[in-house]
Design a binder for this molecule. Structure first.
Ligand SMILES: CC[C@H](C(=O)O)C(=O)SCCNC(=O)CCNC(=O)[C@H](O)C(C)(C)COP(=O)(O)OP(=O)(O)OC[C@H]1O[C@@H](n2cnc3c(N)ncnc32)[C@H](O)[C@@H]1OP(=O)(O)O
Ligand SMILES: [Co+2]
Length: 134
């Protein structure tokens, strides 16, 4: 069911500071910040040869990363995103196996303009998992 690793996400308190560190200290290519109010985050992507790193900053009052950053004020690894060919088939298979699909269980459009879903970290060895349809 799983395809490629699309990205690894890091929650950060200040996306401008984190972007400058990746661009200037690590010499990486960093995309322009994208505000995603429906997801409660501002994102940039660090473009690597074989995958991407997503930097996430909270946006708005009800950001899903606010509690995580309260516990990890300097930031930290937040989720991994795997590609799937058919997100509805993947969701239905995971539901049957007992995994919890976060939110209302319906895919939303993510930062790449493709459908995404999130799976509860307690069902995946303490790791929040995002699925993105290819
Ligand atoms: C889609 C746009 C973009 C993209 O790539 O395209 C994005 O990636 S946006 C990313 C941000 N969106 C989300 O994270 C949506 C899914 N997340 C959630 O629904 C919540 O954050 C949730 C349910 C994972 C946690 O909710 P909340 O923070 O309200 O609950 P708790 O703090 O009580 O956490 C419960 C329990 O889970 C542990 N936890 C929370 N977050 C993580 C995490 N990122 N990784 C591992 N574990 C996590 C937390 O520590 C609690 O554990 P406990 O033992 O009970 O203390
Ligand atoms: Co993501």
């Amino acid at each position: 069911m799983l395809g490629r690793l699309n990205h690894v996400a890091i929650a950060v308190p200040d996306i401008a500071v984190a972007s400058a560190m990746y661009r200037e200290t690590l010499g990486a290519t960093v995309t322009t910040p994208q505000m995603l109010p429906e997801h409660g985050v501002t994102v940039v992507f660090i473009e690597l040869g074989n995958t991407k790193v997503e930097l996430l900053e909270p946006l708005g009052e009800a950001s899903p990363i606010a509690a995580f950053l309260a516990k990890n004020p300097a930031g930290g690894l937040h989720h991994v995103c795997y590609e799937v060919d058919d997100i509805i088939a993947a969701r239905d298979r995971l539901k049957t196996s007992g995994a919890r699909i976060l939110g209302d269980g319906e895919p939303k459009i993510g930062a790449h303009g493709k459908p995404v879903l999130f799976l509860h970290p307690k069902d995946f060895q303490g790791t929040l998992v995002e699925l993105e349809q290819t």
